[in-house]
Design a protein around this ligand. Structure first.
Ligand code: SAH
Ligand code: SF4
Ligand code: F3S
Length: 486
């Protein structure tokens, strides 16, 4: 028998695309409200949360875990013993969505052994009407669906799903508010993500994010600085400030700019500051100067170019040309000579010709990125590009993808080889994923290093002498005698 569905709100892509510039977001302090039942709902129970997608979504995953632990649920890594399972999803490419539907199917059997299990799906995927429809129609075992705007409602939604035995759906498609005072369980004790803004107004024609995340809206600088000060006091050595386009920080508040915010963060004195992502379009001189001025702002800029061809860039709605991009790169490198540049590139955008693609190869050869994420174009329902015919065939897309990654890897290896016999500063994060007798961590300019050394250095910044350089990693050993000076 089909269960009743309690539809509080379903998503609407048209609503999600609206931008009312005069509408200010509401700042909701003490945003997570809980009655006595919610505070005790998780007693002697466990939760499992799996997050897909970008760092912003990983941060949301930490908040979801924080809320569940406030309800007294305990975290488990074992799906079999979970009483609540939440998949926090990403919609940026079709592959990401396919993986989640596969996972939803696999988890069905867990309900047989635990009929009280609450199974929730949240995140960017369910901000889309057609996905919610598909879940409602074909995934009867999903009990709870909530979106990116109402994570702080989780206690009441969970309570409702638990006691009513109905399927509860609440996905808002408004422009979004700013929920503060969110509890969280951070993934690391040494490095932390801090949101400085939410949403995106850029509407690049291929991208679903502006629809799933709402309007570009900035947190107040006092709240951000307070969070980072607290992280420093707790012993965190690194923060990465997050936004879909951090350079637009503050424009909606008519308060301080991103460059000014970054400077204030630097003055807090936390050892390492990173930021992502920077749209090349509004990357200011002032920002370059601030990065150059402070030693604790790391010399790494992720500057997604997407394509090296002006016709394609125009069709993507990126609002810069290859020339202005290259000029920006030049300016950055002049003022920050040790900077590492990384990027994102999409191949196979509709109508991308061999010549368009070769222009991308040329740009990559010119810029010589330290590394790059490459993607095959994936049409997203409701975006302007999805109305164009997806007319580059998959074989060509894959060939271009392979040609591009070959060029990127060749340059990357050449760059990594310059680290041979150099001493780099590494924040030791823990053991290497592939070899538990080896430590690993990142350099200031974001190179992954695996090295021999004493585990007592985990959570510290240490000098590492590089012995071997590979395409994606450096290898070396800690110089223990020089650790005090690092
Ligand atoms: N706000 C960030 C990007 C977020 S999405 C920025 O503008 O840089 C991360 C990356 O996914 C993008 O940079 C883009 O390269 C890729 N991407 C986004 N939509 C895509 C799509 N429809 N198909 C393939 N790749 C896509
Ligand atoms: Fe997507 Fe463009 Fe916004 Fe980045 S800037 S999230 S690519 S629309
Ligand atoms: Fe994916 Fe949403 Fe991030 S679509 S990339 S999880 S903003």
């Amino acid at each position: 028998m089909k269960r009743t569905i309690q539809v509080k709100q379903i998503p609407n892509l048209k609503e999600a695309a609206k931008r009312e510039m005069n509408l200010q977001p509401e700042f909701i302090y003490q945003s997570v409200e809980m009655d006595e039942t919610m505070k005790n709902l998780g007693k002697n129970k466990k939760f499992f949360v799996r997050t897909y997608g970008c760092q912003g979504n990983l941060r949301d995953g930490e908040v979801i875990e924080g809320i569940l632990s406030k309800m007294q649920y305990e975290k488990t890594e074992n799906l079999q013993e979970a009483d609540v399972i939440i998949l926090n999803t990403c919609a940026v490419r079709e592959n990401a969505e396919k993986k989640v539907f596969g996972e939803i199917g696999l988890l069905k059997k867990l309900k047989l052994t635990n009929p009280d299990l609450i199974f929730g799906v949240c995140g960017c995927m369910v901000q889309q009407e057609h996905i919610v429809k598909k879940i409602l129609e074909t995934c009867e075992h999903v009990d709870l669906v909530f979106g990116t705007h109402n994570i702080h409602h989780l206690p009441s939604l969970l309570k409702e799903a638990y006691f009513s035995k109905e399927r509860v759906i609440e996905v808002l498609s408004n422009q979004g508010n700013i929920a503060e005072d969110l509890p969280s369980i951070r993934a690391s004790k040494t490095k932390a993500w801090v949101n400085i803004m939410y949403g995106c107004n850029k509407f690049c024609t291929y991208c679903i994010v502006p629809y799933t995340r709402g309007k570009e809206r900035s947190r107040k600088s006092v709240d951000i600085l307070k969070e980072i000060q607290e992280l420093k006091d707790q012993g965190y050595l690194e923060v990465t400030v997050l936004g879909q386009n951090v350079n637009a920080y503050g424009k909606d508040l008519h308060d301080i700019s991103f460059a000014q915010l970054l400077e204030q963060i630097a003055l807090i004195g936390i050892k390492r500051i990173r930021f992502t992502t920077s749209h090349p379009w509004d990357f200011s001189e002032e920002l370059i100067d601030v990065i150059a001025k402070y030693d604790n702002i790391m010399p790494h800029i992720h500057l997604p170019v997407q394509s090296g061809d002006d016709t394609i860039l125009r069709k993507m709605g990126r609002r810069y040309t290859t020339q202005s991009y290259l000029e920006l790169v030049q300016k950055i490198r002049t003022k920050i000579p040790n900077v590492a540049l990384t990027t994102d590139i999409i191949v196979g955008f509709p109508n991308e010709s061999e010549e368009n693609f070769e222009n991308t190869l040329k740009l990559v050869e010119q810029v010589r990125y330290d590394s790059a994420f490459t993607f095959i174009y994936s049409p997203r329902v409701g975006t302007p590009a999805a109305r164009l015919e997806d007319n580059v065939d998959m074989t060509t897309k894959k060939q271009r993808f392979n040609r591009l990654t070959a060029v990127i890897s060749k340059i990357q290896l050449e760059k990594y080889k310059t680290y041979q016999d150099q001493v780099v500063k590494v924040l030791v994060e823990g053991y290497s994923k592939t070899n538990p007798s080896i430590l690993s961590g990142y350099t200031e300019d974001m190179k992954l290093v695996n090295f021999k050394g004493n585990p007592e250095f985990i959570g510290k910044i240490v000098p590492v002498l590089i012995h071997k350089c590979k395409t994606f990693t450096l290898e070396g050993e800690i110089l223990e005698t020089r650790c005090a000076q690092a």
